[in-house]
Design a protein around this ligand. Structure first.
Ligand code: AVJ
Length: 318
């Protein structure tokens, strides 16, 4: 059976793993990073001195969260896509509670482990908020959001949108918009273009945590697909792609080797120097944000930045 026809019978991640590793150049979807181990490593990344994204976005929330929820029309239902452990969200939830006594929070993530941390955090710090975690891959079609009642505010922060190519980003936002009602809004966090001297270390930190995060995707395939990747035979590679305006992460094979993925019944040959493309992280200009938003049928309502203009949070209206 050909790879294509075999892929028809596989569900979810298996199909994407098979297609990615049998393509040239090889690739794996970035969402695979976020199993329990990967989510914990990402949490560590957000604390690294080089990883300016989280602290910069946090500083914008610290300053403007009340203004943001006001501009969002006092929504009572807050949905967060790719919520992870929802650390930055507390500021929005607090600001929302000041306008509305009964807030409902729906963190959505592929990692049930991260959502448990999120749920415990909100229960402990803001017991007034009703938390309903949803383990879901938000890139897949779902009617879950459309079924929620009341004025909604969707958070898509942390520059998670940066993992998607511009067309896919618009398509994702367009689908999201179709599950919102007129007057609902979306807060979109985007990491902005900046000197490459600041970008590269954020994805290649001196402590090697990002390298571990990248390699964890192979460890995950070993665990979940009975694969035999030797992690010491792959190197973490980061590059800035100026034309596409994105940071790319790759894993480079340091020798000729064959890797077996037993659960998928396939063997993958690697030449020395061959790479697996594991992530794109787009860096935005204001024009890129406008084009993605308008292609998705959203209106830009307002935007907030830090002093360096390194990160932007944009309020989009459905
Ligand atoms: C969660 C997608 C925003 O692209 O900066 C961090 C993931 N990858 N370090 C990013 C990530 C490497 C992160 N996003």
């Amino acid at each position: 059976m050909s790879v294509k026809s075999l892929a028809l019978f596989l569900d979810g991640n298996s199909r994407e793993v098979l297609q990615g590793l049998t393509s040239l150049p090889k690739s794996l979807p970035a969402k695979l990073f976020y199993d329990a181990a990967g989510s914990a490593l990402f949490e560590q990344i957000t604390d690294l001195p080089e990883y300016y994204l989280t602290s910069t976005e946090q500083s914008i929330f610290e300053r403007y969260a009340p203004e943001m929820v006001q501009a969002a029309g006092g929504a009572s239902t807050i949905v967060e896509l790719g919520a992870g452990t929802a650390r930055k969200t507390m500021l929005i939830l607090r600001a929302a509670l000041a306008l509305h006594p009964a807030i409902r929070f729906i963190p959505v993530d592929v990692s049930g482990f991260a959502l448990e941390v999120a749920e415990n955090r909100v229960r402990a710090e803001l017991p007034q908020v009703a938390v309903h975690p949803l383990v879901m891959d938000y890139t897949q079609r779902s009617s879950a959001l459309a079924e929620l009642s009341g004025r909604k505010l969707v958070l898509f922060i942390g520059s998670s949108i940066g993992n998607f190519e511009p067309m896919a980003a618009s398509a994702l936002l367009r689908r999201l918009r179709s599950s919102l009602a007129p007057g609902d809004s979306l807060l979109l966090g985007t990491d902005m273009r900046k000197p490459v001297e600041a970008l590269l270390p954020a994805y290649d930190d001196s402590a090697g945590v990002t390298a571990q995060f990248n390699l964890n995707v192979l460890a995950r395939l070993n665990r979940e697909y009975d694969a035999d990747f030797v992690l010491t035979q792959f190197d973490h590679r980061v590059l800035w792609n100026e034309r596409a305006s994105r940071i790319e992460m790759h894993l480079e094979s340091c020798c000729d080797q064959v890797v077996n993925i037993n659960a998928l019944d396939i063997s993958i040959p690697f030449a020395r120097g061959e790479t697996i493309h594991t992530e794109n992280s787009y860096k935005f200009s204001p024009i890129m944000i406008e084009s993605i938003a308008s292609n998705a049928g959203f209106q830009i309502e307002q935007a907030w930045c830090d002093e360096r203009n390194w990160f932007t949070i944009t309020l989009l209206r459905a």
